[in-house]
Design a protein around this ligand. Sequence first.
Ligand SMILES: C[S@@+](CC[C@H](N)C(=O)[O-])C[C@H]1O[C@@H](n2cnc3c(N)ncnc32)[C@H](O)[C@@H]1O
Length: 407
Amino acid sequence: MSDLHELCYFKTRPITKEEYLVPLKAYLKAGIPATYTTEEAHNYEHGIEEEPESNTTPMHLICENVPGDADEEEENVVLEMMEQLWLNGAGWCLLNNKNETPGCVLLRRGFHGTKYWESCVDSGVRAEVLLRKLNDPNVEFLDDPLSEDASDEEDVPELVEENASESVQDMYNGPAGATDTYLNTKLEYKDDALVTKEGADGVMMQWEDELMKAGSESLFKHIEDPNDVNILNIGFGMGIIDTMIQAKNPTRHYISEAHPDVLKKMKEDGWYDKPGVVILEGKWQDTLPDLLTKGVFFDGIYYDTFSEHYEDMVNDLFDVVVGLLKPTGTFSFFNGLGADRLVCYEVYKKVVDLDLSNYGLSVEFQTMKAPVTTLKENDDSEDSVWKDIKRAYWRCPLYYHPEARFM
Ligand SMILES: C[S@@+](CC[C@H](N)C(=O)[O-])C[C@H]1O[C@@H](n2cnc3c(N)ncnc32)[C@H](O)[C@@H]1O
């Protein structure tokens, strides 16, 4: 084990600047990378040339060993050590041999919500915002003459690392990952789920009832004129939220839906004939811009689609939402962004907040207990809602229900 790693075990107390921060800075200054892993150190010591499969970094070790009884002074030293490591390129979402990010290690140890946890989340937000800037074709970067590959994407930590989670990659490769592939995939309504016929991706599941209830309530929270209540729901799925919206008798209830099998089911179930219901057939990207020119405004807009990414929201949806929302209106959405891991989930929570504020919207999150969670990759136990579903898409203990309104 290297001296840098040794330092992160906090074998002697108290944790002081002299004993810990000063040598940490010296190692980093001497050129030891902040991402130097114990696996690399082991291979180096034993003359093994293969690339290690996991990455237990100094940040993982700090998160694993920071004592729970540290006083404020010690805590501040640890936080400064973390800051130094972040500044020197430590990866907030690199995975150790237990498939954990540093944040996941803290969570397992019961350190959720501590300053150490916030440090991991903030580092993720910074990395995500930086990555977005680097990928923005409108932003030009000056080449650093000292570094040939200054703009090399590989050097930039990603929100979800390539090897962060196999299932995230699967998601991008299957129907859940590409809208057009999804729209050409046959769907099947089961008792308590809407799934893709081949591959059994869960499109919508009954366990989300509680979350839809919170969503439908948000949409009716700030009604401008009780005689002219206009609601828009994007993504019909099993019609759970639309049924809840109908029960509140809005004046007009717009539903945007793109999948032919879902539209067929909506016809069979009489949604086209319900008073005040307007079905917008096709992708929201194609149908909603039209409403902007027609002077239609909404008290509430809910968004919950499938196979789309955060880029779809930030690049296109938010533009449309601010154009269609009444000044008093509420925008809410199914918040599954980064829900594979709590630390990613909280990074996205902050990123969404930042992005919506650029549109003059402020978002509040109501913390709910997630109705189902699984820590297993494939939970096939008889009583699991994930039985026969390829990928458990929810693994967080909490759900952050968003409600956005103009500031
Ligand atoms: C998760 S389900 C919605 C579930 C719904 N909130 C409920 O309560 O049952 C997602 C729905 O969005 C639809 N969808 C996916 N992409 C779409 C798009 N670009 N435009 C409109 N609908 C889309 C899917 O076909 C699917 O019916």
